[in-house]
Design a binder for this molecule. Sequence first.
Ligand code: ADP
Ligand code: MG
Length: 569
Amino acid sequence: MAIRVLSPVVAAQIAAGEVVERPASVVKELVENSIDAGARQVQIEVEQGGRRLIRVSDDGCGIPAAEVEIAFRRHSTSKLVDADDLNRIRTLGFRGEALASIASVSRVTLTTRAATEETGVLLRLEGGQVVTRRAVGRPPGTTVSVEDLFYNVPARRKFLRAEATERRHIDAWVTRYALAYPALRLVLTHDGREVLHAPGDGDVRQALLAVFGLEVGAALLEILPEAGSASPIRVSGFVGPASLHRADRGSITLFVNGRWVQDTRLTYAVIQAYHTLLPTGRYPLAVVMVDLPPEEVDVNVHPAKAEVRFRDADAVFRAVLRTVRQTVQDGGPLPQAMAGRTAWAAPGHPAGWGAPPAQAPSAFQPALLPQREETVSVLPILRVIGQVSAAYIVAEGPDGLYLVDQHAAHERVLYEQLLAQREEGAPSQRLLEPVMVELSAEAAGLVEAHLESLRRLGFELEPFGGTTFLVRAMPALLAHSLPAQVLPEVAAGLEEGRTQMDEEAERAVIRRVCKQAAVKAGQVLTRQEMEELLAALERCVSPRTCPHGRPTMIHLSVEQLARQFGREG
Ligand code: ADP
Ligand code: MG
């Protein structure tokens, strides 16, 4: 084929790929434009996960009628004039690409009225070409409706994930803006249903409550400015107390000069700030805003503007580490996790099987165990000797000494039991009273999309308006756990499994809830409990590792013992 210059339409579609990856990127660009336009209120309407429609309306400054066509041209912006301006970007946009990119891969209707003009204007484009233009009446502000995203780019459309996944990405973005712009009234609806409503009263606490729900939102600690610091780097925001932690670093959100960014080093600074305060493998929840003079940071690194470069990255790292650490340390006593107990146990209600609800079955009730008469257990019969450090069971087998990690072992037992049970539908344990659990907007979307599949695992959940669920029953195996602790893990598992409730997602959910429900280190076990746990472990298909692949036990053979004592030879 001969070399030729691509047609403008094809060139635009290719370029659009960098900016518009999925519906959430459209939401991001449009909301950023609204914020740049000084909007106080932004309404985001989404239909069918954004495939059908994304509509963002604001009460910002509007676009003068004479400029609406230019706004849709590539590299046209009102936010930047010369190259020098790049060093002092104070707006979220500056590349002048978003509207052009979005318009080239969808059908866009813009209505806008500049505050200085009498009437508004409507402009409709299909595949980047203007098809309609006329005057309309409307209050000052701008509304952009994006319909049939990727209708003319079948390859892209094929890559769109399940509706629930695209919705989740959108929720994640809108959530970030709600946190970074507490003075912005943000309302997000999916197919007419309101999923997030940030009041925009300027109170970050209210935004946190809207995003994280009552329990978590209220527990977050505010980062206070460093007293007497002359540094131009200002760190603010909210971080969780050490008693609040998550299984991945996805709950660490960073903003630099009001822009959400991904930055592994700063994420690491936050994690470091909790060093030794959190159980291993757990991550803090944090919303950290870094503000510094615009010339100290290069925002023009990435087409989606999701990464930045700092002039003095070390100084920013140290500032984040220092302020977050200070906040967590001042934030009250260390959680009991450090002393061994579960960090999140409500007062007077230790998790694990310390104080099981009256009718809950014993965690290791033999009746619940999968029957595997035919299979030969890969573990020998073990005799309990005792417990060390309230974390390890010491046992004797025919071939030496076994040290069993009680938490990892219990995780393995629960995991295999739930996996086996889910075939016929896992037995449910009805709660004495239904319990209300409020989730984050993201988590709620995930859970709601999978209510049926969760029922097979023994969860009986009912949407209760907003992001709240009524928990009526839990899997019998988890009857000892608090719904408010299990449900977020369920959502995290679904998130891990990504798309639909397939085999993999289901396993991820089971792994999570089992980890949550398993007895923790620090819990003193009775001899009978230890015997039951080992008996259950003996029946497992893979008793030697926990569902996450860590060992459940250490074996010291008689030979090894002899060698250690110099009895050999
Ligand atoms: P950028 O935001 O990088 O400037 P965009 O393509 O997103 O580029 O937008 C182009 C221009 O259109 C903006 O510079 C701005 O002048 C105008 N514009 C876009 N959206 C809005 C809005 N919601 N309100 C007011 N002006 C807007
Ligand atoms: Mg923009």
